[in-house]
Design a protein around this ligand. Structure first.
Ligand code: NAD
Length: 484
């Protein structure tokens, strides 16, 4: 297969928080993979800026170890690693003071793209924006990449947008939602808008309902302090799941261009009905055999924060009126799986009589594991014995369809960082989108706080509280199984 990788322009990428967990696990290994694939030009440089005292040599060794841990063996080549590490340097910078900024400013080259990745806690985003300006390194060709969480409610998101807007134009601000960088998520748009097959059926006349599931087996891990203030609604629904819902529900944009796509997503968020509290189930995982449940993990014995949420949502517009969107996400569930299922309606009349095995067509877009697309169709069971119908999958696993090339699919972060350098904001959230999503989420969260709503306990390793199943059973529907 001929490589279609086109190198990006020369750049200086500064990773604030370059020694943190995200940089170590995702950003730096991802950049290395782009380097190996020839997408990073020889003149590219990466500068880690963080609070601790460190040297270039010591930082490079931590990156060497991260590559060893997070990059597949096939891509680990000693010469490539050495050449990549050569591009790295470290500057000690205090985001809240003036230490290190002059040294950083002196490192930035004049004639290349400047990208600043804010991979630090959200409390520091404003501090960084201000200092980039004060130290004269926020020219019009620079961009900033802002990590999640983008605010914890509408007011804080507005404040953050306003602070960033004091120093940067909207076209310079890249609010990252790594779900948008996933190959299958982009494929969702290719399937919808690159084929004639699905789009005519993509509406309430033909689609019975849509299910979006993001299930994790892990608990809150070391993020307990943050998570207990956020919960699944803020951590997953307001951003990632909302983005997935938008891509499924949006009208065809006039072009695959940043504002065209983002305008359509925004319309979806605005068309969302207020979530009905009776159509929401919140859950919290119970202790496992080792005695660690959610409350132990976050060290808050009275916590009312949800580690699981299932909701029925309605998009009130011509296309979707009457077709519900069921979404659920949770931690410590039975399997790690993320998928979107478009469940089509039954044919209006069955010429084959009532056959139990006759199921509706389902288009499943698997985000993980084993990214791919699967369409369930009904066919005749082969052989004699009359007209018996069975359901078979038309399966397109990327691994099978694309062979070894599928292993080369860039990780969401590396693709998105290259988009930042290319100046393409299509897969990043615009400020008004984030605000609209908070404007929708805030009253739901406020309702729980006012009523003192308590999440329902569920067993670790289950598929969430029974009530979540009831949410669909009441409508005569059922969730797809949570399985890997
Ligand atoms: P982390 O705590 O592991 O690392 C924080 C980094 O910020 C360190 O490099 C530290 O030196 C630096 N830092 C802290 N205070 C500083 C200061 N005053 N001046 C300069 N540098 C300072 O955090 P993380 O897990 O890497 O997360 C970084 C950001 O990414 C957060 O906003 C987080 O919400 C977001 N995020 C992380 C993950 C993940 O998997 N870790 C996933 C999604 C989003």
């Amino acid at each position: 297969m001929v490589s279609r990788v086109i190198p990006v322009e020369p750049f200086d990428l500064v990773i604030f928080g370059g020694t943190g967990d995200l940089a170590r696990r995702k950003i730096l290994p991802g950049l290395y993979r782009r380097f190996v694939d020839g997408q990073m030009p020889a003149e590219a440089r990466i500068i880690a800026a963080a609070r601790s005292e460190n040297t270039d040599a010591a930082f490079r060794e931590t990156v060497r170890a991260a590559i060893g841990e997070f990059v597949t063996k096939e891509k680990q080549d000693a010469t490539c690693i050495a050449a990549f590490l050569d591009r790295l340097s470290y500057v000690r910078v205090d985001a809240t003071g003036s230490d290190g900024w002059q040294a950083l400013a002196e490192k930035m080259r004049k004639d290349v793209i400047h990208a600043y990745y804010f991979s630090v806690g959200p409390g520091l985003f404003g501090d960084l924006a201000r200092r980039l300006h004060r130290f004269g390194i926020a020219g019009s060709r620079c961009r900033i990449v802002v990590e999640k969480p983008f605010g914890h409610d509408l007011e804080s998101a507005r404040d953050l947008n306003a602070t960033l807007a004091e120093h940067f134009d909207e076209h310079q601000i890249y609010r990252i939602d790594h779900y948008l960088g996933k190959e299958t998520v982009q494929n969702l748009m290719a399937v919808r808008f690159g084929n004639m097959l699905f789009e005519p059926l993509w509406n309430a006349r033909n689609v019975d309902h849509i299910q979006i599931t993001v299930a994790e087996t892990v608990g809150v891990g070391g993020r307990g302090g943050y998570y207990d203030k956020a919960g699944a609604m803020r951590d997953m629904v307001q951003n990632h799941m909302m983005q997935l819902l938008c891509l499924i529900a949006m009208e065809p944009p006039y072009a695959f261009e940043p504002d065209a796509v983002r305008d359509e997503k925004l319309k979806v968020i605005r068309a969302l009905d207020h979530a009905d509290p009776a159509q929401i189930v919140r859950g919290q995982y119970l202790a496992d055999e080792e005695g660690r449940g959610y409350r132990e993990d976050v060290e808050n014995p009275d916590s009312r924060t949800e580690s699981f949420i299932a909701m029925k949502l309605n998009v009130s517009n011509w296309r979707w009126k009457g077709t519900p969107f069921y979404i659920r996400t949770g931690k410590r569930l039975r399997a790690r799986t993320s998928e979107i299922a478009i469940v089509f309606k039954d044919p209006p009349h069955s010429i084959f009589g009532d056959q139990e095995s006759h199921k509706s067509n389902v288009l499943v877009i698997r985000l993980q594991p084993n990214e791919g697309i699967n369409l369930k169709v009904t066919i005749k069971e082969p052989g004699p014995g009359g007209m018996r119908l069975i359901e078979v999958p038309l399966d397109m696993s990327f691994k099978e369809a694309l062979g070894p090339e599928a292993d080369d699919i860039p990780d969401a972060y590396e693709r998105l960082i290259m988009d930042v350098i290319r100046g393409n904001q299509t897969l990043f959230m615009r400020g008004d989108e984030v605000e609209a999503a908070w404007a929708w989420a805030d009253p739901v969260i406020a309702g729980w706080e006012q009523t003192g709503d308590r999440p329902i306990p569920y067993d670790a390793g289950s598929s969430g509280p029974e009530d979540a199943l009831m949410l669909m059973h009441r409508d005569g529907r059922r969730w797809r199984e949570v399985k890997a």
